[in-house]
Each structure stands twice: as structure tokens, then as C-alpha cells.
Design a protein around this ligand. Structure first.
Ligand SMILES: NC(=O)c1ccc[n+]([C@@H]2O[C@H](COP(=O)([O-])OP(=O)(O)OC[C@H]3O[C@@H](n4cnc5c(N)ncnc54)[C@H](O)[C@@H]3O)[C@@H](O)[C@H]2O)c1
Length: 346
């Protein structure tokens, strides 16, 4: 069996999560790490692999098929461009880059180099997400009319003790909403326009405390989404699914998709419809729960990376697609600060 040779750039929290996934896949071999930090040195010693100070020196010295980039977001662009210049396949953590212009440049360069770039929106790999997409896009709900979503919880105070966590670039829109926007795009299709209101009136940091967003999809469906990191409540993807053991599972659904024939709660799939075809508000409405397996999405993502390197699959989310998710997310700030509806390029 040919093993795909992989380098990791950035061995912090997410880098360690990727290593845990890589360790479970026989077809993937972690060959080296680029990260100057002491923590990375300890990981390299434990794994008996070389440590490099940066992506460029690692890629020049090693024979690699692919790299995973898990550095802070402002370093994504330089790491991805170096890897593409050497003809490698890249999995870069979300968001693809700090700006839409950088994302577009990555897309162009990947095409020119005939290389694949995958973006680390791991929620796309969950069977519940794939099933929701199949239900919505397969028109089991009829014509999709509306979507309602929420991501509201209270982060711990120590989370904000580092100054950078108080800045807009680390706020819930760019850190958390981008996952929700990407999910909505994956399940419902492209977003045409975004309007938004933002408030800071709890912590008064540069980062937002809450946001309310209105979305128009390319298929004419409309959506609304509420987000806050200051409000104790169970309506988030993480708490609904128990994705991360650090955040206790509450099993409350956070998204609802409404079509002309029925509705779907997500991520614990519950399908609502009238038992009689053409039923309406005078008829009872019933729900049916749809079971899907819970998986390690980071493992699924690494398996997919292998398949892309070996030419067996195309990226489930490529650079262009990841840039559209970033664009729609950044549009929230533009819409809120300008007080106007922002039409997107996608
Ligand atoms: N997919 C998800 O759900 C998810 C969750 C959290 C974070 N993220 C993303 O993952 C990325 C990393 O976040 P994190 O929480 O792991 O950060 P982190 O600070 O824990 O780790 C970053 C690591 O990168 C290293 N580093 C910094 N600059 C570097 C450079 N130029 N070259 C090589 N190494 C460098 C640091 O030394 C550190 O070890 C961010 O882009 C973030 O948005 C994704």
C-alpha cells in the first residue's frame, strides 16, 4: 500500500487534533512538522520526526505529497502558497485565509499549479450533515422557503483573558459563525445577500457580543440566524451533537429548514410533515427522527485528503468554495457597519 506522506504546519490545538486523526489512518504517514514552538518540539520528539522552523524549509527538505496548515489564520496564506508552489495538496484550517482577496489568490494559484486545496470545515463530513443536504436538495421538504438558525451559548471569562481574543478577528462571527455559514451553504446552496445587526453592549470589546443576520439564498429561500457568545443556552451545533467532550451535550437542535411539504430540525434530524399529502394547518403535524452515526469528522477529513492525493476523490470543499464561505461571513461585518444589504459575488 502506498502511504501518503504528510507534513504538518502549526502544531497547536488544531494541529494536535489532526495528529490524533492521522494516527488512526494506515494510509497516511506524518513525516515532519513545521512549527518553531517548544510544544511542537515535544510532539516531534515523541513522534520521532524532524521539526522545522517554517513551512518553506520543511517542504524544501522533505519529499511530501501533502501538508496540513493549522497555523493562526493570518499565516494561512503564506503557508498555502509555499505548498502550492511545490505542487503539494493542501488541507488548510478554516477560514481559508484572513481576507477574501487572499482566498481568491489561493484559488487562482491552485488552478495554475493544478493542485487541490481542501478547507477544514469538518462539519461537512458528518453523516447528519450529508443527510440534511440530501433531504433539502432532494426536495423531500418540497421547495425550500426558509431557514432559522441559532448559535448561542456563554463562553468562560478566562477565554477572553488574552487581548487578541477581545478583537474582532477572534470574535464569534469569524470563529464560530463561519462554520454555520458554511453548513448553510453546503445544505441549502449559495448565499446571494446578507444583512446584519451587531451589538457589543455586554463586554464592550472590539469583538461582537451578539449578531442577528438575514440571508437570501440563490434558490430564493430566506434565512435568519442569531449568534451570541454571552448567553447561557443550549442552541448550538456543539451542544446539540456533543462534538467536543469539553462542552456537555444538551441535544437541542439549533437549525430548522422549512419547505413547502415539511420541515427538518438539525443536527439531530427530526423531519416534520402532515401525514396526509397536501395537509395544512388544520391537520395534525407529525415528526419522525432520523438516526445517523456519529463519526470522528477529523478522521473522515484526513481520509478524504488521502483520497484526493491519490486522485480518487475531488475536494468536498475547495479553495473557491471556502472563499465563498469566508466572503459571506465577512459580509456580516460590512452589512452591520454600513447598515445595508450586501450582495455577494458567488
Ligand atoms: N476546524 C475547527 O473547528 C477549528 C477550531 C479551532 C481553530 N481552528 C483554526 O485552526 C487554526 C489554528 O488554531 P489553533 O487554535 O490550533 O491555534 P494555536 O495557537 O493553538 O496553534 C497554532 C500553532 O501554529 C504555530 N505557528 C504560528 N505561526 C507559525 C508559522 N508561521 N509557521 C509554523 N507554525 C506557526 C504556533 O507556534 C502554534 O503552535 C486557526 O486558523 C483557527 O481558525 C479551526
Amino acid at each position: 500500500m502506498r502511504r501518503v506522506k504528510l507534513g504538518l504546519v502549526g502544531a497547536g490545538v488544531m494541529g494536535a487534533r489532526h495528529i490524533k486523526a492521522i494516527d488512526t489512518i494506515d494510509a497516511l504517514e506524518l513525516v515532519c512538522i513545521a512549527d518553531p514552538a517548544v510544544g511542537a518540539q515535544e510532539i516531534c520528539q515523541a513522534c520521532r520526526i524532524p521539526q522545522y522552523p517554517h513551512a518553506e524549509s520543511m517542504i524544501q527538505a522533505e519529499e511530501l505529497d501533502a501538508v496540513i496548515i493549522a497555523t493562526p489564520t493570518e499565516h494561512h496564506y503564506s503557508g498555502v502558497m509555499v505548498a502550492l508552489a511545490h505542487g503539494l495538496t493542501v488541507l488548510v484550517e478554516k477560514p481559508i485565509a484572513a481576507t477574501v482577496a487572499q482566498g481568491e489568490e489561493i484559488s487562482r494559484f491552485a488552478r495554475a499549479q493544478n493542485c487541490h486545496v481542501l478547507i477544514g470545515h469538518q462539519r461537512r463530513y458528518y453523516p447528519c450533515t450529508q443527510k440534511a443536504r440530501e433531504i433539502v436538495q432532494g426536495r423531500q421538504l418540497g421547495k425550500l422557503m426558509a431557514v432559522s438558525g441559532q448559535w448561542t451559548l456563554r463562553k468562560d471569562i478566562s477565554y477572553y483573558s488574552a487581548k487578541w481574543r477581545q478583537e474582532r478577528s477572534a470574535g464569534p462571527v469569524l470563529t464560530n459563525l463561519i462554520h454555520e455559514i458554511d453548513l448553510l451553504r453546503f445544505i441549502c446552496g449559495d448565499i446571494l445577500a446578507v444583512s446584519a445587526e451587531i451589538t457589543h453592549h455586554d463586554q464592550n470589546f472590539e469583538k461582537e457580543d451578539a449578531a442577528a443576520i438575514i440571508i437570501k439564498f440563490a434558490n430564493n429561500a430566506v434565512g435568519s440566524f442569531v449568534l451570541s457568545d454571552r448567553t447561557p443556552s443550549p442552541w448550538t451545533w456543539e451542544m446539540a451533537l456533543g462534538e467536543n467532550k469539553k462542552f456537555p451535550r444538551a441535544s437541542q437542535n439549533a437549525l430548522r429548514f422549512m419547505g413547502t411539504k415539511g420541515a427538518l430540525e438539525f443536527p439531530n434530524l427530526k423531519l416534520w410533515s402532515h401525514p396526509n399529502k397536501d395537509g395544512d394547518w388544520r391537520d395534525i403535524i407529525q415528526s419522525k427522527e432520523i438516526e445517523t452515526p456519529f463519526i470522528d469528522a477529523y478522521k473522515a477529513q484526513c481520509e478524504h485528503l488521502c483520497a484526493v492525493v491519490l486522485g480518487k476523490q475531488l475536494p468536498i470543499i475547495d479553495a473557491e468554495n471556502g472563499t465563498h464561505s469566508l466572503d459571506a461571513t465577512l459580509a456580516v461585518f460590512e452589512a452591520a457597519t454600513k447598515g445595508k444589504r450586501i450582495t455577494l459575488n458567488s
